[in-house]
Every structure is written in C-alpha cells, then in structure tokens.
Design a protein around this ligand. Structure first.
Ligand code: HAM
Length: 443
C-alpha cells in the first residue's frame, strides 16, 4: 500500500501491517493450515519471538546468510538474543527442553507466526514475514515422513486453489558421503573463474556455490559434479524411497541437483515448492538449471515453501540423537499469489443483519439490541454513527447484509423495529420481543 504522509511515523522498512481488508484472506489461509495440520496429525506449538542468538548460529550454520547477514541481534543483560529467524531450531529446542522424546514418537508439530530477517526488501521478500511450519521429530528416519511433509505442503496449497506448482527435490547426502562430494565440488571450482562471494563460499561451504545466482557462475553450475552421483548407498536408498512415495501419491517432482538450501542443518532430502511467476515479481528463483529428470514439474519460479530432513539437529542442540524432517511455507508469498491470480473463495454465506438507527433514543437503545442479536447467534453490523439514513443504508448494502433493521424514534418509543429484506425489497414492523424470531424466520 502506498505510504503518503512521509512526516508521520512509518512502519519499519520491510515490515507490513495486515489491514482489515486483507484479514479475511489471511484468516482463510490460517484456517486451512490448521485444518491440514490436524488432518495429518500435527499438534500446534508456539515458540517465543526471541531466542538465544546461539540457537540459530549453532544450527543454521555460521556461514549461512541467515546467520551472517539476517539476524536481528541485541543484548539484554548477559543474554545475546535474536528475533526468531526461522521455526525449525526453536521447535527442536522445545522438543528437547520439554522432554518430548518421552512421548510416542515421532512427535509432529506445526507452528504459524512471524519470522524476522534483515534482508534487502523486495516483492515477496520482507524483513518480517510469516511462516506455517510442519516438523516431524524423533522416531525413525523413515522416508515416508519426508513424503508426508511434502504432501501436507502440497495439499495445503492445492486447497488454497494454487496451481502451477512444482516440487523441486534433491538429496545432499549425510555426514559420511557429503564430505566426499564437497571435496569433488571444491576441486572442480578451485580451477575456475568464480564470483567473489563464491570464493568465500569455497572455503566455508562449497555446497553453497550451487546456490549462487550471479550470471558468471550459472554456466559453471551446469557442469559441476552431480551430487546424486556422490551420495552413499544408504542415502541413495532413502532418496529412492522418498521418490517412490511421491510417485505413489501422484505428486509430480523435479530432480534439481543444484538445490542445496541455505541452512546448514539439512541432510539427505531437501526440497522446495515453487510456482511459476512473472520474473519481475519473483524474488527467489530456485536454481533450476537443466533438471536431470522431470516428472511433470517445471524448473525455476517463486519459492513458496522449503524444507528437508535434519537428522543431526537434535544432537547438535545437545539432545539425544534423533531424526527430523520438516518444511515451512511463506504466508506473504501465498497471499500475494492468491491476490495476483484473483483467486476467490466462496465466502460462507453469512446471515448478516445490519442495524440502522435514527435519532438519539434509538441509538441509546441500539446498544442492548445489538447484544441481544449477538447473543441469539446473529451476526450484526451496526455503525452507531451520525451517518444519515441513506448513508447507513449504503453501508448495509456494501456489507452484503441480507436484512436491515430500521430503528427510528417512532419504533424506539413503541418497542418495535422495522425489518427490511434487501433481497426482496419488502419490509415489516415487528415488536422487539418478537424480533429475533422474526429475523430467524426470514433468514
Ligand atoms: P526457508 O526456505 O528459509 O526455510 O523459509 C521457508 C519459506 O518462508 C520460504 O519458502 C518462503 O516462502 C518464506 N520466506 C523466507 N524468507 C522470506 C522473506 N524474507 N520474506 C517473505 N517470505 C520468506 C526455513 O525457514 C526452514 N525453517 C524450513 C524448514 C522447516 N525446514 C525444515 N523444517
């Protein structure tokens, strides 16, 4: 929304108000998230907006952009705190802190809330954004859970009427085979002309070279050693099973061997769900160059969700070694796509009643009338303002009310009210004691 009054306080750069006009869409998305989560057996968790900065540093990786550039950090006494940058590490911390390993495994958690990243704001990339996340912690590192995480994200988006989606998937191996791949990648890049950022990445985390979006590094990526040729038989078997489950679920996917994700805690499966978007509105293009195998999906596009397996995360945080897999969906991006595509949801036909008052006595009595209507289960709108009768009638029309209650001086004095049906144009005066019954009859 355009900000016009520059001399007034403005919202923080990259952070946005969610205005009343957008609330129904947000509410629709939140409802769908809850519905999907409950259907697939996830329980809600809410973690604080502040965590010890070390939580993210230990898990996302010291060399990641998230830790290097994007955390909002400040001191409070002896604590170095960070605004929550992502939801997986806090969920894992809570799992350990609250002894959830003693519950039946795996534990399936979901969350919904704001994350804060000090990024360069642009369309679809904000400094405060909201994520809906799904995490499966503990139990066995069964590939069925990787598939279920992907499934829940896909179903959620489908039920929000999003199409043109594709799943980009890859395996980045484990602690046994990944060092071998890293060495192969380093050997390949060391002898080539790469951008300055990639020079740094080469020493700290060569896998990130595959994430580079600079034109100079694009062609090199295409010829870089393929990760799937380097992973060990155990990782390969795991990945094969994940793909088989996706086939079974009829979920189209793309093998994208350049997909490594920007967080260090992942191992084995990593994936993103992308949607085709015009280039100018797509801030984050998945590095989908020449997929090796296509299963009906497409390369490139706006990344709406991302996730993967993180079997070392709980141990890194000091818990018992136990696997995990999860994903998070960016709500701003979803809402923007829904709006850009003019997707509409059939609003539940609400039985709205609009109360118009005329005069001071009617206004005074309106307060208890509104209470009575609401207690009777009716959704009532009443501006209680000084607007003229006609102006209030226009508001009733705008609010798509079915019935208008007209409460004037005469009616207020005789304990009566006029019920006007905006659909049929008919109206009738009824006694206040019969009002609720008469309204319900007409609805
Ligand atoms: P992520 O890919 O960093 O993963 O974020 C997940 C989603 O949040 C992205 O796909 C995107 O839709 C949205 N998103 C991220 N950054 C921004 C931003 N600056 N502005 C708007 N939307 C954004 C994670 O955060 C992992 N914790 C996901 C995960 C859960 N992995 C395992 N479990």
């Amino acid at each position: 929304m355009a900000k016009t009054q520059k001399n007034f306080p403005q919202s923080v750069k990259g952070m946005h108000d969610i205005l009343p006009a957008d609330q129904p869409l947000w509410e629709r998305a939140r409802r769908q998230i809850k519905e999907e989560a409950e259907f697939y057996g996830f329980s809600r968790i809410d973690t604080p907006l502040l965590e010890q900065a070390g939580l993210f540093e230990a898990t996302s990786g010291a060399s990641s952009d998230l830790v290097q550039k994007q955390m909002y950090i400040f001191r409070s006494g002896n604590d170095r705190l960070a605004l929550r940058v992502e939801g997986t590490a806090p969920a894992a911390r809570a799992y350990i802190e609250h002894g959830m390993s003693h519950l039946p495994q795996p534990v399936k958690l979901y969350y919904l809330g704001p994350m804060f990243r000090h990024e360069q704001p642009q369309a679809g990339r904000y400094r405060q954004h909201h994520q809906a996340g799904f995490e499966i912690l503990g139990g066995e590192p069964d590939p069925v859970f990787d598939a279920q995480i992907i499934l829940v994200c896909c179903r959620l988006m489908e039920n929000l009427k999003l199409d043109g989606l594709s799943i980009q998937i890859n395996s980045i191996g484990c602690n046994v085979c990944r060092p071998i791949y890293r060495r192969r990648l380093s050997d390949y890049y060391r002898r080539r002309e790469i951008c300055q950022d990639c020079r740094r990445r080469l020493t700290v985390n060569p896998l990130r070279l595959l994430d580079c979006q600079k034109a100079q590094c694009q062609t090199l990526k295409k010829e870089a050693p393929a990760v799937l040729d380097s992973i060990c038989p155990a990782c390969s078997g795991h990945f094969k099973m994940v793909l088989e489950y996706l086939d079974e679920l009829d979920l189209a996917y793309f093998l994208n061997q350049q997909l490594v994700r920007g967080l260090d805690y992942y191992n084995r499966t990593v994936f993103e769900i992308v949607i085709d978007e015009p280039a100018e509105t797509a801030p984050e293009v998945v590095s989908g160059v020449a997929p090796t195998e296509e299963k009906g999906g497409r390369a490139g596009g706006l990344s709406l969700a991302g996730g993967g397996r993180y079997d070392y995360l709980l141990k890194t945080l000091g818990g018992e070694p136990a696997p995990g897999v999860g994903a998070a969906i960016g709500l701003e991006r979803i809402i923007e796509v829904i709006k850009n595509k003019n997707i509409s949801f059939s609003a539940k036909t609400r039985q709205k009643v609009f109360l118009i008052h005329i005069g001071d006595l009617a206004k005074k009595k309106s307060l208890s009338l509104i209470e009575l209507l609401r207690r009777s289960g009716l959704e009532v709108t009443a501006p209680l303002s000084k607007e003229s009768f006609n102006a209030q009638l226009r508001l009733a029309d705008k609010a798509e009310s079915r019935l208008v209650l007209i409460f004037g001086q005469k009616e207020a004095m005789s304990d009566a009210i006029i019920i006007r049906d905006l659909k049929t144009g008919t109206q009738e005066t009824v006694m206040l004691k019969d009002m609720v019954e008469e309204i319900k009859k007409r609805l």
